[in-house]
Ligand binder design. Structure first.
Ligand code: 13P
Length: 348
């Protein structure tokens, strides 16, 4: 064994290995990193008590789902979950490792209104980030996530908002790589609103292009980085919703125009699409474009994997098995989509 390759104060070999493992086979990522307010909101909607113990029970249900590692390569956790254990005192981090699932961690600290831009958001979390990353690495995390939110509306997003959010993403990515942690960079263009698919394309392409300019300026190692983009899709309230083929084509064309080929992987968020829609779109991209894609293209869904299981669970012990079966099934459907082998006939 030679000495590790160290460039820009980072171990590129380890970063590359982690990225390859996360993108392996037909697997994808499970985002289970809902912040306290988001998790509580989902619980409230499903009639589940919003307490730390119920959050622990729910995350236990997820990480102990039998054979989830067949379809899931990595799970993104929230800080609270990193320190939680199963009923028999096994840390969730260890449960995941044993299941062959790499633990990751959300490290941004949520969004706030951008000063001077009341309708736009900026993400917080750079303070003390290196110390937190070193701590998480010691606990077994090998990748991280930072989400920036870009809102489409009247006169927005502004250039200032895109520049500020992507600058923060690039700083975060560099600090991650210097801590031997693979950064997932997530510039989410929201589906909220009545904008057209064309507008989503334009904003997504611009945001990702600016993001890669910033990442390259920071000296981020692109083969050791995963992009987590939105699909290119019309706003939820837009009267014109395009076909599966049109969404798949717009999304892949947008990414081919903006994401450098050396990037380690691309893993979509679901963003409010139903599990079936998200799977159909990913499947169509693979069927039509598989030989044109320079990077692995997979999923990193939260709602499109978890939501049906959460609704079955309802916070009740007697529903755990049914909820786990549903989570496993949704993961198998997302994986089939990545393989270009999904069909509505098998998804029922
Ligand atoms: P959704 O798949 O529910 O959009 O969540 C993905 C995610 O990680 C949001 O940050």
């Amino acid at each position: 064994m030679g000495a590790p390759v160290v460039v820009n104060n980072m171990n590129t070999e380890e970063l590359q290995q982690t990225t390859t493992a996360l993108m392996a086979g037909d697997k994808g990522l499970l985002a289970m990193d809902e912040s306290l307010p988001t998790c509580n909101k989902r619980f409230q909607e499903a009639g589940i008590p919003q307490t730390e113990e119920y959050r622990r029970k729910y995350r236990q249900l997820i990480v102990t789902t039998p054979n989830l590692g067949e379809y899931i390569s990595g799970a993104i956790l929230f800080d609270e979950t990193v320190y939680q254990s199963t009923d028999d005192q096994v840390l969730f981090m260890d449960v995941l490792h044993r299941a062959g699932i790499i633990p990751g961690i959300k490290v941004d600290e949520g969004t706030v209104e951008m000063p001077g831009h009341p309708k736009e958001k900026i993400t917080r979390g750079l303070d003390g980030l290196t110390e937190r990353l070193n701590n998480y690495y010691g606990l077994g995390a090998r990748f991280a996530k930072w989400r920036a939110v870009i809102t489409i509306g009247e006169g927005i997003p502004s250039d200032e908002n895109i520049a500020a959010n992507t600058k923060l993403l690039a700083r975060y990515a560099l600090l991650c790589q210097q801590a031997d942690i693979v950064p997932i960079v997530e510039p989410e263009v929201l589906m909220d609103g009545d904008h057209t698919i064309e507008r989503c394309y334009e904003v997504t392409e611009k945001t990702i292009k600016v993001l890669f300019t910033q990442l390259q300026a920071e000296g981020v190692y692109l083969p050791g980085l995963i992009l987590k983009p939105n699909m290119v899709i019309a706003g939820k309230d837009c009267p014109v919703q395009k076909s599966t083929d049109e969404v798949a084509t717009a999304t892949v064309n947008c990414l081919l125009a903006s994401v450098p080929p050396e990037v380690g992987g691309v893993a979509f968020l679901s963003g409010g699409q139903s599990p079936q829609e998200a799977a159909r779109h990913l499947h169509a991209m693979h069927v039509k474009f598989d030989d044109k894609l320079p990077w692995p293209l997979t999923f990193s869904f939260a709602r499109a994997l978890q939501q049906p299981a959460l609704e079955l669970w309802k916070g009740k012990d007697e529903n755990v098995k049914a909820a786990q079966d549903m989570l496993y099934f949704r993961a198998s459907m997302a994986s089939a989509a990545r393989a270009g082998q999904y069909s509505v006939d098998i998804d029922n």
